[in-house]
Design a binder for this molecule. Structure first.
Ligand code: PMT
Length: 408
């Protein structure tokens, strides 16, 4: 891999999971390489991996105590599995043995490392390492195909002479190549020099000081897109409704609550944007009246009058110097048909249509699937983790944006 391909991992939080294979002895070198690229690395050892690498060596190179496989009251009172899962920008499993890959595939949560893999919303990257026959075994190949379909990224394996003396595919990639490959999964330059504004999350339309109308958007999809746009080199403004998420590093985040506030924040800064991506689930209506005091339950029946909120995306797309506009369509049925209608009615360049209403994709869950629709194309981005999906979506948006500029 050429040096110029190696991009910085500065400020990236890499959670390295080490499973029990002979290639684990290379992980202190891997930690050192990741740290050289600027990453903050924490290590979790799976059961039995201590037989292949000394925890003290990993502690010395990472500068942090190493987590072992056990989930005890003591370990959970420190940085427990949920904290680790949330902390990571990426979870890298190296080496990933055939057994670990199979457990990952099953969604096993039987020790700290597998539990973190299930609990994290961060992208998963794995560097397989095993005997060549084990790698070529159909069960392993099926498991790998399933993981790729779910958005897990593979680094390797390499082919060549193996620790067991056999020759073939299955050897773990060299630590410097894993570090370089990992940094590439964060960075590319398809949006360098462009300003991108993204709306995310729900809005909250107050009825009184303690109650309001909202929806199930968690902000995950919009925040993942903001992060992917930063990684693609864009200058990113994230206008977010109320969520429990931390704004991705490198974004300028404007927090809002209601649709009217979101509308004002977008309009205040839209002039300098090249691309506008509306991911937020904005309330179409707000209560006509916001009571200043808590509404008392005196009446048997109460009616709430609602009035239309501004359609932020439609208004942006109508501007004389409108940015390249990407809308989202959350539909429960006839997804493509309704998405096409939105593309036309709102005069958008692209619509990302997703199925909502089930419990597997869309609102509030880790995964999503998108049909990306332009006036003359449909690109299917299959169901995967929202982080992986966001990166794929940004690549597509950048291509359409460049093509539209070339046509001017
Ligand atoms: O946040 P998550 O839990 O990760 O869930 C992600 C998501 C399901 C919310 C997201 O993928 C999604 O589909 N967002 C759009 C939801 C939506 O409100 O769709 P819509 O069909 O009602 O609106 C169409 C488009 O117009 C959207 O781009 C929306 O942002 C925009 N809009 C809608 C109303 C309004 N008043 N102003 C707008 O800008």
């Amino acid at each position: 891999m050429a040096d110029e391909d190696i991009k910085s991992l500065t400020s990236k939080r890499v959670l390295l999971g080490v499973s029990a294979g002979i290639a684990a002895y290379k992980t202190p070198d891997l930690v050192r390489r990741l740290a050289e690229l600027g990453a903050d690395v924490r290590v979790i050892l799976s059961k039995n991996s201590e037989q292949f690498v000394a925890p003290l060596a990993l502690q010395a190179v990472s500068g942090h105590a190493v987590h072992n496989h056990a989930m005890t009251a003591e370990s959970e009172s420190g940085m427990g599995h949920i904290d680790l899962a949330r902390w990571a920008d990426v979870v890298l499993i190296a080496p990933a043995t055939a057994n670990f890959i199979a457990r990952l595939c099953q969604g096993a949560a039987d020790e700290l490392l597998t539990t973190v893999c299930v609990a994290t919303a961060a992208p998963l990257v794995i560097a397989p390492a095993m005997n060549q026959q084990m790698w070529q075994n159909q069960a392993t190949q099926d498991n790998v195909a399933t993981l790729i379909q779910r958005g897990v990224r593979m680094l390797g394996p390499d082919s060549g002479e193996q620790a067991c003396g056999e020759v073939g595919p299955g050897r773990m990639m060299q630590p410097e190549d894993i570090a370089a490959g990992l940094s590439q999964s964060f960075e590319h330059s398809s949006l360098t020099g462009t300003s991108v504004m993204i709306t995310a999350g729900p809005t909250w339309e107050a009825l009184d000081p303690v109650r309001g109308l909202t929806n199930h958007s968690s902000g995950l999809m919009g925040y993942a897109i903001a992060q992917a746009a930063v990684e693609a080199g864009a200058s990113v403004t994230l206008v977010s409704g109320p969520t429990n998420l931390e704004a991705p590093q490198g974004t300028q985040c404007v927090d809002v609550i209601s649709a009217l506030q979101m509308h004002a924040a977008v309009m205040a800064d839209i002039d300098r944007q090249d691309i506008f991506i509306a991911v937020a689930a904005v309330a179409d209506y707000r209560p006509q009246l916001e009571e200043l005091k808590k509404i008392k339950k005196n009446a048997e029946k109460v009616s709430i009058g609602l009035i239309r909120n501004p359609d932020i995306l439609a208004e942006v797309a109508r501007l004389p110097k409108a940015p390249f506009c990407v809308g989202f369509a959350a539909e429960t049925h006839d997804v493509e048909q309704y998405a096409r209608a939105k593309l036309k009615a709102k005069k958008l360049q692209l619509v990302a249509a997703n199925h909502v209403g089930g419990d597997e994709t869309g609102f509030g869950v880790a995964d999503n699937a998108i049909s990306l629709i332009s006036s003359d194309s449909v690109t299917e981005l299959p169901k995967q983790n929202k982080h992986a999906l966001a990166r794929a979506l940004i690549v597509e948006i950048a291509q359409h944006y460049q093509a539209s500029n070339n046509n001017l």
